[in-house]
Design a binder for this molecule. Structure first.
Ligand code: SF4
Length: 234
């Protein structure tokens, strides 16, 4: 179930950390990015590895930019807004993103794709939308295909791809609904096996079987596991 949304109204956001690392998921795997990790999320997926309990701090725009400018920006592919769910801090993002753009930084949004109205407020600043399609079989929460549909409609004129975390509980109906969204919005679908204790929760044979099921009906699909855990980076 989606929890009640709370939105920052002030010039600060609750942020856990700002750091440089390697993108470990999706088509930009291996790209060096600056990550801004926001706290809080409107979902509670079973497989979530975000620590919602530990300390976070209120960051101002100035504090975030001060930290970002400590890195060699010539080596950075883009700034990844990650979480938690970054779109919960929409007022802050509306102020931060123009400043990042003034510094010639590209912006990569990692999102659970359930807040389309918030996305609409900042979509023109986003260069890459890395969106989830959440499956009830993997998250333990009711799927939100209607919200995903509205979300992808908002991002349709931007570079957008969809990540689908799955395990051996994935259903035929879920596969159909993902393919429908892929076809409707011409999305690259990334199948990402669920992880359990830094190992894939399914066998490679099963993962390829699911890939084939998708490919029989839609060919813009790739099977890509998380790699940052193999690199031992965040
Ligand atoms: S949407 Fe992402 S951050 Fe939120 S609970 Fe699910 S996995 Fe965790």
């Amino acid at each position: 179930m989606i929890e009640e949304q709370t939105f920052e109204e002030e010039n600060t956001a609750r942020i856990k950390e700002v750091f440089a690392s390697i993108q470990g998921e999706g088509p930009y795997i291996g790209a060096k990015q600056l990550f801004i990790r926001f706290c809080d999320c409107n979902l509670r997926c079973h497989y979530c590895d975000t620590d919602f309990e530990s300390e976070s701090e209120d960051y101002t725009i100035e504090r975030v930019m001060g930290m970002i400018k400590q890195f060699d920006l010539s080596t950075i592919h883009s700034v990844s807004l990650t979480g938690g769910e970054p779109l919960l801090s929409i007022s802050f993002l509306q102020k931060l993103l123009p400043v990042l753009k003034e510094n010639n930084l590209k912006i990569y949004l990692e999102t659970n794709a359930t807040l389309p109205e918030e996305l609409a407020k900042i979509i023109d600043y986003i260069d890459y939308v890395a969106a989830d399609i959440k499956l009830e079989s993997a998250t333990g929460m009711m799927s939100s295909f209607d919200l995903h549909d509205m979300f992808f409609n908002t991002s349709k004129n931007h570079e957008c791809f969809a990540k689908i975390v799955f395990d051996d509980n994935i259903t035929e109906e879920e596969i159909e609904k993902c393919i429908e969204l892929g076809q409707k919005y011409n999305l690259l679908l990334i199948l990402q096996p669920k992880m359990q204790n830094d190992e894939m929760a399914i066998t490679s044979v099963f993962a390829v079987k699911i890939l084939d099921k998708f490919l029989k009906k839609y060919n813009n699909v790739r099977l890509i596991p998380q790699v940052h855990k193999f690199l031992s980076v965040r």
